[in-house]
Design a protein around this ligand. Structure first.
Ligand SMILES: Cc1cc2nc3c(=O)[nH]c(=O)nc-3n(C[C@H](O)[C@H](O)[C@H](O)COP(=O)(O)O)c2cc1C
Length: 423
């Protein structure tokens, strides 16, 4: 390194915010949209913030491609990303080369509050590309990746890790990441092998062990097992985390972050017709963001997950849509038909009873499942020990509640007929 490079690096370090200072500066956020490939793009972040998220991460971006390919940048980053409507924001990269990582991070350092290193991706593509959780054994490389940003980037560097089976190893790993210069640490409480069908539950006890044994001033985020807003509060209290991050909980129900609104079901379990209209509007307003339009179909499928089995005609149409479809086609073929169906549902005389949210018994994991009508957003439960989510929800209910749910789930012929007439 030349003398002038050395002195600019030491200047950068002197002016740099520590984790606590940064956390205070961005308003001590407690509810975080997780980094999600093809899913935590601009429009989704804007929607999630409206429903209570107080910090968001971009999807993981590939540092080398971001640094070297104009097309990749144009596909993944727009002039609205990181603007005032999109803050606070952390941009996440995957990388295995400190210089490419720094080059990529410099391109966004004026458009974000921090840059995060992905150390958790367990997918085959990460194995092939040698990044994410496949760096977990290469501590020197991880140290270099983080430390180079810590010394040379204007904004702080942060990191998101998975755990090892061994608690002590997880703790030493987290310490190394912090020693390298990471200012926020997010701990996803699953090991690398917990993915796909084997995802299972995150281990809050290991997350808590790390929190308890790391320096008090560490800004610490917990990640995993969030189904409802109440789980966010429970997680923060149990672990002593500064904030809680959610990925799947947020994707299937943006209302999961509405912690202060638990009595308002429209905020916590938004109606699918209202939320797709609102989200569709945001995507249209963010036309410059290519990633937002590309991701829309997948978001529609997730928001509408409980609804589509009851309205298979809409499901079939949605399956045929693609990013090339015009705004009018999306409006006429998906957004309006959903609105018409839900409007008819709400014209039923007994809708107040059918629209009830039923809270089940307290479960061994500390929270309770809710039974939510299919026209409202709700979490998707992965199978745990071979038992599917729907069965787990039913286990906590009385017979009367189950009958009520069955009645609410009955196909609404009149709604389909009315839609045929209007469409
Ligand atoms: C669709 C999807 C995409 C994801 N992409 C990323 C990513 O880009 N970077 C990352 O660090 N983790 C990624 N993850 C992992 C999540 O950030 C999170 O750590 C994990 O899903 C556990 O949180 P959850 O239990 O709230 O889902 C992704 C998860 C999902 C479901």
């Amino acid at each position: 390194m030349t003398e002038s490079a050395l002195s600019s690096a030491s200047n950068a370090l002197m002016q740099k915010l520590t984790g606590r200072q940064l956390f205070d500066r961005i308003g001590r956020p407690t509810r975080i949209v997780a980094p999600m490939v093809d899913q935590s793009e601009l429009a989704w972040r804007i929607l999630s913030r409206r429903y209570g998220a107080t910090l968001a991460y971009t999807p993981m971006l590939h540092a080398k491609l971001f640094a070297t390919s104009k097309k990749y940048r144009e596909d993944n980053w727009s002039s609205i990303d990181g603007s005032s409507v999109d803050r606070p924001l952390i941009v996440q990269f995957c990388a295995n080369d400190p210089e490419y990582l720094l080059a990529a991070a410099r391109l966004v350092e004026d458009k974000c509050d921090a840059v995060d290193l992905n150390l958790g991706c367990p997918q085959g593509i990460a194995k092939k590309g040698h990044y994410g959780s496949f760096l977990m054994e290469e501590w020197d490389l991880i140290h270099n990746l983080i430390n180079n940003l810590h010394k040379n980037l204007k904004v702080p560097v942060t990191a998101k890790i998975r755990i090892f089976d061994d608690r002590e190893k997880s703790l030493n790993y987290a310490k190394m990441v912090l020693d390298a210069g990471a200012q926020f640490l997010t701990v996803h409480g699953r090991v690398r092998e917990q993915k796909g069908q084997k995802t299972g539950l995150a281990n809050w006890e290991t997350i808590k062990y790390l929190r308890d044994n790391l320096p008090k001033e560490t800004v610490f985020f917990a990640n995993g097992n969030i189904l409802y807003p109440e789980d966010i509060t429970r997680c923060m209290e149990h672990i002593g985390a500064d904030a809680v991050m959610s990925a799947e909980g947020n994707l299937y129900n943006p209302g999961v972050f509405n912690v202060g609104q638990t009595k308002d079901k429209d905020k916590v379990f938004p109606r699918v017709d209202k939320i797709i209209r609102e989200y569709f509007q945001i995507v249209k307003e963010c036309q410059e963001s290519k990633a937002s339009k590309t991701a829309m179909k997948s978001h529609f499928f997730k928001i509408l997950r409980p609804f589509l089995p009851h309205h298979t005609d809409i499901r079939s149409t949605l399956a045929t849509m693609n990013a090339k479809a015009t705004w009018e086609e999306w409006e006429e073929q998906i957004v309006k038909p959903v609105e018409i169906v839900v409007q008819v549902i709400f014209e039923q005389p007994d809708i107040e009873i059918k629209d009830e949210i039923i809270i089940g018994e307290k479960q061994s994991w500390g929270g309770s499942y809710r039974t939510v009508p299919y026209w409202r957003c709700q979490p998707y439960f992965r199978p745990v020990n071979g038992i599917t989510g729907d069965k787990r929800v039913m286990q906590g209910l009385t017979d009367a509640d189950i009958n009520k749910k069955r009645k609410a789930d009955m196909p609404l012929e009149s709604a389909d007929k009315k839609k045929d007439i209007k469409a």
